[in-house]
Write a protein of this length. Structure first.
Ligand code: NIG
Ligand code: FE
Length: 418
C-alpha cells in the first residue's frame, strides 16, 4: 500500500496502543513508547506504526510527505473533551471582583457571570460567533488539539440562541481541521424569568428543546450544570433521562463547587462523563468507578476560580475511575484554549503522572466523547491525527509549562499546522 505521509526517526513515539477503551489502573502504566519510531499514513488513516524502517509492502514515492522525528516526541492528536467554545464577548470585567474574593456563584446569582455571556451571545450574529470560535479553534489546533467537544448553554431560555450556537459548532466542524462533537446544555443557568419557578424551565427543556435538538441532529450529548442555586439533583436527573430517550448521551457538570451528589447521580444514571468533581464525595468516587463513568477533570477552572480546591485526582485514579483532562474553555471560569497548560496543572497541581496525563488527553479524552475506536491512539486503522512536539520526552512537555511545544500537527493525514 502507498504511504501518503510518513513520520520517521521519531525519538519518542507515544502510541497509547491497547484496547479501545478508557484506561484505568494497571493499563495506565504502559503508554506504548517506541524509540526510533516510524508511522505511515494513507490518506486519513494510519497504515503502519513500528520501529526503524517501513516494511517493503508500504510504498514510498516522490509524492509521499516525509517528516523527520529526530529530537521529537510524537503523540496522538490531543482531545479537549469539555469546552464552551461558541460564545459572544469575554468577561475580563470579572477579574476585579475575583481579586476581591467575590465567589463565582455570587456573581451568577447577581445576574452576572453566565447571564452576561448569554446577553453577548444573544446579541452576536452567526458570523460573529463563528469568527470568534474559529479564532479559538485555530489556537487549540496550534496547541496540538485535533478533536474537541463544544457545548451550547449561552441561550438558555432563548432557544434560538442555543440553536445558533450548535449550528455554529456544526459549521465549524465542516470547515475547520479540528473535529467538533456537540453537546446541548440548555440547562446551564436558571433564566432570570424562571427564578421563582425553575421547574417550568426544566419542563420546557424536556418537552420542547430536547426533542427539537434531537430532530435537527445537532448534539450527541446533553449536559446540565448541577449546582447549588442552579439545577438540583432531581432536575438534572429528569433532564438527562429525557435526553437519553432522544438519543443524547448524558454528561454532567458535577460537584464543581458544592458537594451536591453529582458524582453519585452520574453513576446512578450511567453518564459517559462527570465533569469538574472538585467537591465529589468518597462514595461518589467509588460509585463512578463501579459504573465506569469517566471523570473529566478541569484544573484550569480551579485555578481561575481561586478557591485553592482541586479535584482529588489521585484518589480517583486509585479508586479505578478513568480520568480525562480538559480545558473547560469558557469566558467565565477558564478563559484558555491551552490544553498543554492544563496537562501541566494536571501533573504539577493534581499529581497525575506524565503517563496518566497523556492518557487523559488522548485515549481517555476520546472515550469521553465516545470516539475511542476512531482517535486517541496511534494504531493501524485509526485516524491520522498526530502531534509532533519539539521535545525530547513527554516529561519535558509537562514540566516546562506555559509555552507551546508543538512543532507540527497532522490532522486526518494532512499537515494542519507547522
Ligand atoms: O464549566 N460551571 C458552569 N459552566 C462553566 C462556566 C461557564 C461560564 O462561567 O460562562 C464551567 O465552569
Ligand atoms: Fe464547563
Amino acid at each position: 500500500m502507498k504511504a501518503t505521509l510518513v513520520i520517521k526517526n521519531v525519538d519518542n513515539l507515544i502510541t497509547l496502543k491497547g484496547e479501545n477503551k478508557p484506561r484505568v489502573k494497571e493499563s495506565l502504566k504502559d503508554i506504548g513508547i517506541i524509540k526510533n519510531g516510524i508511522i505511515a499514513l494513507n490518506g486519513e488513516k494510519i497504515i503502519y506504526v513500528g520501529e526503524g524502517e517501513l516494511p517493503s509492502d508500504i510504498i514510498v514515492d516522490e509524492d509521499t510527505i516525509i517528516l523527520n522525528g529526530i529530537g521529537k516526541t510524537v503523540t496522538p492528536g490531543l482531545v479537549d473533551s469539555h469546552t464552551h467554545l461558541v460564545h459572544g464577548g469575554s468577561r475580563e470585567n470579572e477579574l476585579a471582583m475575583k481579586l476581591k474574593g467575590v465567589p463565582y456563584l455570587d456573581i451568577l446569582a447577581a445576574g452576572g457571570g453566565i447571564h452576561s455571556t448569554v446577553k453577548s451571545t444573544k446579541e452576536a450574529t452567526f458570523e460573529e460567533l463563528y469568527n470568534q470560535a474559529k479564532k479559538s479553534l485555530d489556537t487549540m489546533l496550534k496547541f496540538g488539539v485535533t478533536t474537541i467537544e463544544a457545548k451550547s448553554g449561552y441561550g438558555i431560555d432563548d432557544f434560538d440562541t442555543e440553536l445558533k450556537q450548535l449550528e455554529v459548532a456544526n459549521k465549524l466542524n465542516e470547515d475547520h481541521h479540528v473535529d467538533i462533537v456537540s453537546t446541548f446544555m440548555g440547562a446551564h443557568a436558571v433564566p432570570k424569568d424562571y427564578r421563582d419557578n425553575p421547574d417550568d424551565f426544566v419542563d420546557i427543556i424536556i418537552k420542547d428543546m430536547i426533542p427539537e435538538v434531537a430532530r435537527r441532529k445537532l448534539a450527541k450529548f446533553c449536559d446540565v450544570f448541577c449546582e447549588e442555586g442552579v439545577f438540583t439533583i432531581d432536575q438534572s436527573r429528569k433532564i438527562l433521562l429525557a435526553a437519553r430517550e432522544y438519543g443524547m448521551e448524558p454528561k454532567l457538570h458535577a460537584d464543581e463547587i458544592e458537594p451536591l451528589g453529582g458524582a453519585e447521580l452520574s453513576a446512578e444514571i450511567g453518564c459517559i462523563t462527570a465533569d469538574h468533581l472538585i467537591a465529589a464525595s468518597d462514595i461518589g468516587i467509588e460509585q463512578m468507578a463501579k459504573s465506569g463513568v469517566i471523570a473529566n477533570l478541569l484544573p484550569g477552572t480551579s485555578f481561575n476560580l481561586q478557591t485553592g480546591k482541586f479535584a482529588r485526582a489521585r484518589k480517583m485514579v486509585e479508586a479505578g475511575v478513568p480520568i480525562a483532562l480538559s480545558t473547560d474553555y469558557n469566558p467565565g471560569s477558564c478563559p484558555t484554549e491551552n490544553l498543554q497548560l492544563i496537562m501541566s496543572f494536571g501533573s504539577l497541581i493534581m499529581k497525575l503522572t506524565p503517563e496518566e496525563v497523556i492518557t487523559a488527553v488522548t485515549i481517555n479524552g476520546a472515550a469521553a466523547l465516545g470516539l475511542e475506536r476512531e482517535v486517541g491512539s496511534l494504531e493501524i486503522g485509526k485516524r491520522g491525527d498526530i502531534v509532533m512536539f519539539d521535545s525530547p520526552n513527554l516529561e519535558y512537555i509537562i514540566y516546562h509549562f506555559g509555552v507551546n511545544h508543538v512543532d507540527t500537527v497532522v490532522k486526518k493525514g494532512k499537515i494542519a499546522y507547522k
